[in-house]
Design a protein. Structure first.
Lengths: 302, 150
């Protein structure tokens, strides 16, 4: 197996090669750049972002949505789950909720850990989406980690951002007003069989209307009976897809940040906490940066 | 690893698929293992209850795991583990390690080893023994893949 086999496999839609290339992207920097260089210009897909707080039913909705989209095109799914801040390990549990659909409709799905990257996605989500695009997908569904108010990276990657909420978050809806409530192109209230679900729709509708977003739909879904999914699918298909420019701009900035970080992390890691314990942090940081410019390590000149 | 620091992963984490490839609902043990593997810094995927052997292999291939960890407590290991191994062999996949566990009688263990299912730990096994074994198998597989790619 070499890089050409892998690239040809991706372009032919071979799942084993797609899977292997995603591992290489996550783990190996030189392979990552080589793969992206070769597949960059291939494919175009509609990228559907699914985000929302933990436990509202994001994975379940994807499990129902993917087969419906699979009628009109090839679907791939990327799901991100959080890594443990203590061990770095993670339990990737999204697949359980959609396994049935995956096997039956021949959908490629990949679960990734965010590897402690902040913002709701993983550092290499862009690259993985690119691989899925090159494999001939028409739709790519991206599921974020169960997001808080500020996990908003999805809006820069997805063409359409679907914010999933559930009844019972009633009071919290006020709390997430800025942040999550601003990035949705469509709002979904899942678990419509629950009490208070219509109140939740009303609350979200009011919040949106207050910020002049009356044209953004709020759809109530029942994932047990598949009620209202037809409206959801129609909205996704009718959406005008146009985000490529911002997506690339964001990625380029991220790559530059990463390269700068790598250059300077050596200096940052070499700071000895004993040297700066009693210093004014602003002054200490200024001095360290001056030392960096002079190619010296640490705070004190040694 | 220090908590709360946005630091890079220097070593790629080991990816493990946990599965019970037959009609067996005893999932307490596999949950304990899932947590133990997570705490050992691995990325863990659990296949859920009642996957078929085909689904287990499909999942393993799509997720590109290093190790498939199979567990059965209902006595079907000689059939179900064998089926997983047969499917792997049929598809020509030799770079995924398979380890086993559950209620496995001593006389079955050599047969499973011969099939390629190693470990075969029973109840009461210390978690660090299992983690060490999985890590060892994963590193063997990684070594294989390294040679393949370059």
């Amino acid at each position: 197996m070499n890089i050409n086999d892998i690239v040809n496999g991706i372009l032919a839609g071979d799942k084993r090669m797609i899977a292997r290339s995603i591992s290489l992207i996550e783990n190996d920097e030189s392979a990552r750049e080589a793969i992206i260089e070769r597949i960059y210009s291939h494919g175009s897909a509609k990228i559907i972002g699914i985000t929302g707080p933990p436990g509202v039913g994001k994975s379940t909705i994807i499990g129902n949505l993917a087969p419906m989209l699979a009628k009109t095109g090839k679907v791939s799914i990327l799901a991100v789950d959080p890594a443990s801040p203590f061990s770095g390990g993670s339990i990737l549990g999204n697949r359980i909720r959609m396994q049935e659909a995956l096997s039956r409709y021949n959908i490629y799905m990949r679960s990734t850990s965010n590897r402690l990257y902040e913002g709701g996605l993983s550092e290499y989500s862009w690259d993985i989406i690119k691989v899925m695009e090159a494999s001939g997908s028409d739709y790519i569904i991206v599921e974020t980690v169960g997001s808080g108010q500020s996990d908003l990276d999805i809006m820069n990657i997805a063409d359409i951002t679907c914010v999933i909420l559930a009844p019972g978050l009633g009071d919290e809806i006020q709390a997430v007003k800025s942040g999550l409530m601003e990035i949705g192109n469509i709002f979904i209230v899942n678990k419509m069989d629950r009490e208070d679900s219509y109140m939740a729709i009303k609350d979200i509708r009011e919040t949106l209307n207050m910020s002049n977003k009356a044209d953004i739909p709020v759809i109530g879904l029942n994932s047990l009976t598949l009620e209202n999914y037809d409206r959801f699918v129609k909205y996704i298909n009718d959406w005008e897809y146009q985000n490529k420019y911002r997506r690339n701009e964001r990625k380029i900035k991220q790559i530059i940040m990463e390269k700068i970080y790598r250059i300077y992390s050596e200096y940052i890691n070499n700071i000895d906490s004993a040297d700066i314990e009693n210093e004014n942090p602003y002054y200490a940081a200024e001095k360290i940066m001056k030392n960096v410019a002079g190619q010296k390590f640490g705070y004190l000149e040694k | 690893m220090e908590s709360g620091k946005n630091q890079k992963f220097i070593k790629p984490p080991i990816k493990v698929l946990l599965a019970k490839p037959a009609i067996d609902g005893h999932d307490r043990g596999i949950f304990v293992l899932a947590r133990a593997f997570r705490d050992a810094g691995m990325e863990v995927i659990y296949a859920g209850l009642l996957p078929t052997p085909e689904e287990v292999v499909d999942t393993a291939v799509n997720e590109d795991v290093d190790v498939i960890a199979l567990s059965l407590l209902n006595g079907a290991h000689m059939t179900a583990f064998k089926k997983v191994m047969d499917i792997l062999k049929k598809r020509g996949i030799n770079d995924i390690a398979v380890v086993g566990g559950g209620i496995i009688p001593d006389e079955d263990k050599p047969k499973l080893e011969k099939m390629g299912v190693t470990g075969n730990f029973g109840p009461g096994t210390r978690l660090d023994v299992i983690i060490d074994h999985v890590t060892k198998r994963a590193l063997e597989v990684r070594e294989l893949r390294k040679n393949e790619y370059k």
